[in-house]
Ligand binder design. Structure first.
Ligand SMILES: [Fe+2]
Length: 416
């Protein structure tokens, strides 16, 4: 009798193990399916080049069965679109393997191409794909190289990208659909290398990425153990005109009457790695870029803020190294993230330099910290998801910060 009971227990336990294993395997399979590529292009994204009025970079993803990618482009018309009017270009294709923890390895091909010789202020239609597998036709306007223009600036998106961040980027787009580009100032996702989070980041923005060029500053969450997330330079095609070894993470864009500079403040453990040389390389590069500057406005983006809104944070190391350069060349504005709250003000550690840069720190995702009470802030705020619209019209720069609902939260004007 006892023997029979232990046999029954044995089989019941075995059944439980089988059930649990089946559940785990099916869950992993479902997770893998959510972010898996297909032969059809997805994650189609435009990136700013170093000359946005005449060129734009396009990058997209397919499964590995698609070994070649093409981009077709033509001047915009009212339609129907005739394929014969297009020029066709072959993209560069890169095989990627993404592995994160126990999640299944995700293989994909990334295709990228820089469209050049565009006419400023002209609208285009383009699509990407190959064979039978194509995206829809997207509309894109090459920005004019003069006159008034606007762009959107977003602080950290980082978490709950699909459920809660998506409304902010969509509100910003609804508010300023003619924006010439969108800046994300770092920590786009939470865990570097995790494709599931990139899946949500792309889901949230959908066709907006395919119509308005994006420019991204890397944050500390784009690095793991001082290694840049492999997604960064395979799914984004950003300029490579910065210091060696910082391709796609530190660069300069000249647009209209503005010089726009991205500094990688997350590299080498937030520039504190004792054997690192990328801090020095960026300082030398920044000085040389600003020394030869002929543009009226200079805007810099770093993920780490020069001044923190958060009470117990202070990036003095960043200030000591970069602030004298910004002040020497009279940089106008620095756009940052990292602190999950809002702070904005003109301040300096070096009053003898006779120039105060305006610093702004913002957040677009739902992860929030308290803002402290700090001298540098002319305006602060916490527990609000925000987006900013920055408009430059000749010698006037208008900065407006809006809540996710579209209510004006802060604004200032700089006049040259
Ligand atoms: Fe951060």
């Amino acid at each position: 009798m006892l023997c029979n009971i232990s046999k029954i227990n044995y089989y019941m336990n075995k059944q439980k193990v089988v059930l649990v294993l089946t559940f785990l395997v099916s869950t992993i399979t479902i997770i893998a399916q959510i972010n898996s590529p297909s032969a059809y292009p997805d994650r189609v994204i435009l990136n700013l080049t170093d000359s946005p009025s005449t060129s734009v970079a396009v990058t997209w993803r397919t499964d590995v069965s698609v070994i070649e990618g093409y981009c077709e482009i033509q001047s915009a018309s009212d339609g129907p679109v005739s394929r014969e009017n297009s020029k066709t270009f072959k993209a560069k294709t890169t095989l990627t393997n993404h592995l994160y923890g126990e999640e299944p390895v995700l293989e994909a091909n990334q295709h990228s191409f820089v469209l050049t010789d565009l006419t400023p202020d002209e609208k285009y239609l383009y699509r990407v794909g190959s064979g039978e597998y194509w995206s829809e036709w997207y509309e894109f306007k090459a920005p004019a190289n003069e006159g008034k223009f606007s762009f959107i600036y977003l602080g950290d998106s980082q978490s709950d990208l699909k459920s809660q961040w998506s409304r902010v980027i969509r509100s910003a787009y609804r508010h300023a659909p003619e924006s010439e580009f969108i800046l994300s100032s770092g920590d786009l996702i939470n865990r570097a290398g995790r494709d599931l989070e990139w899946h949500e980041w792309f889901y949230a923005d959908s066709f907006i990425y395919s119509m308005i060029p994006q420019v991204m500053t890397p944050g500390n969450h784009e690095y793991k153990d001082m290694v840049l997330d492999q997604h960064w330079n395979t799914q984004f095609t950003q300029p490579t005109n910065g210091p060696k070894g910082l391709e796609g993470t530190c660069f300069v864009v000249d647009h209209n009457n503005m010089k726009f500079i991205i500094i990688d403040s997350a590299v080498e453990s937030e520039l504190r790695y004792e054997y690192g040389n990328k801090l020095e390389a960026q300082k030398v590069w920044l000085d040389s870029v600003l020394q030869s500057n002929a543009k009226e406005w200079v805007i810099v983006s770093t993920h780490l803020p020069f001044y923190s809104p958060k009470e117990n944070r202070d990036n003095k190391y960043l200030r000591d190294n970069f602030q004298p350069i910004l002040e020497k060349y009279k940089v106008d504005l620095v756009l940052s993230g990292h602190d999950h709250s809002y702070g904005r003000g003109r301040y300096t550690d070096n009053p003898e330099n006779n120039h105060k840069v305006m610093y702004a720190v913002s957040v677009s995702g739902p992860k929030m910290y308290e803002a402290g009470d700090k001298d540098w802030m002319e305006r602060s705020g916490a527990f609000k998801q925000l987006y900013q619209i920055i408009t430059i019209d000749d010698n006037v720069l208008q900065f407006e910060s809006f809540t996710a609902e579209g209510k004006l939260f802060d604004s200032f004007t700089l006049i040259k």
